[in-house]
Design a protein around this ligand. Structure first.
Ligand code: SAM
Length: 217
């Protein structure tokens, strides 16, 4: 399946439209505006990303709540003091509030209902011990690379020794363009784990592996 073409065919909603479209949840997936945003088969991969993002405990930043699979895993780590979640879609954010009302009230989860691009400048610099980035590309240009736009902010927000991970869209190796973007943002310690994954046929990802990045500031 050519994911880029499929998404082009469905069409890319602008940010206002994205927020206004209903979020269709089942126990196995999440669709918004016809886009297959998240799917249960990613659970093992999310485990790996959450493990990487929480390895230092402390303050963890997560971008994109989706089905809350990675958020649940981050919450399981008792060394995590605060977990800031940025989610732009109101119904998805509501799911987070329904599930984590107590944690939000206690200040353990800080939920920010916005597009990250609109609020990232307000976040505290060099504060986060770990970051897990997993939003969704809302333009054709961003398909398979929406994380590229976040790297400079990630570098600014991480403490020295903090770790960045994200849904990489890379099967076995970082592309040259990908590495260039990471280096330009200031990252030099760029690690990777090749994760075996088992997507069903005709998914938005059809390879049998994906890199879990482990990028240290
Ligand atoms: C792939 S899902 C996240 C999946 C999540 N990691 C999980 O385990 O369920 C992507 C989420 O990012 C949100 N999103 C897309 N663009 C965003 C942006 N620019 N800022 C914040 N959230 C965004 C979408 O509404 C969607 O809920």
């Amino acid at each position: 399946m050519d994911t880029k073409q499929t998404r082009k065919d469905i069409g890319f909603p602008n940010k206002k439209e994205w927020r206004e479209e209903p979020a269709h949840f089942t126990k196995d997936n999440l669709f918004i505006a016809g886009h297959h945003v998240m799917d249960r088969w990613e659970t093992d991969y999310m485990k790996r990303l959450s493990h990487i993002a929480t390895q230092n405990g402390g303050h963890v930043l997560e971008l994109g709540f989706g089905m809350g699979i990675s958020a649940d895993l981050i919450q399981k780590n008792t060394d995590v003091k605060t977990h800031t979640i940025i989610e732009c879609h109101p119904e998805v954010a509501q799911k987070c509030k329904n599930k984590y009302g107590k944690e939000i009230k206690d200040g353990k989860i800080i939920l920010i209902e916005e597009f990250w691009e609109n609020i990232v400048d307000n976040l505290e610099e060099e504060f986060y011990d770990g970051i897990l980035f997993d939003t969704y590309p809302l333009t054709e240009e961003q398909v398979h690379k929406n994380h590229f736009w976040f790297f400079k902010d990630a570098y600014r927000l991480l403490k020295k020794g903090g770790v960045l991970t994200y849904y990489s869209d890379e099967e076995q190796n970082y592309s040259e363009e990908h590495l260039k973007k990471l280096h330009e943002a200031g990252f030099n310690h760029i690690g990777q784990h090749i994760c075996k994954i088992y997507p069903p046929e005709n998914m938005y990802w059809n390879e049998k592996t994906m890199i879990a990045p482990e990028i240290i500031k």
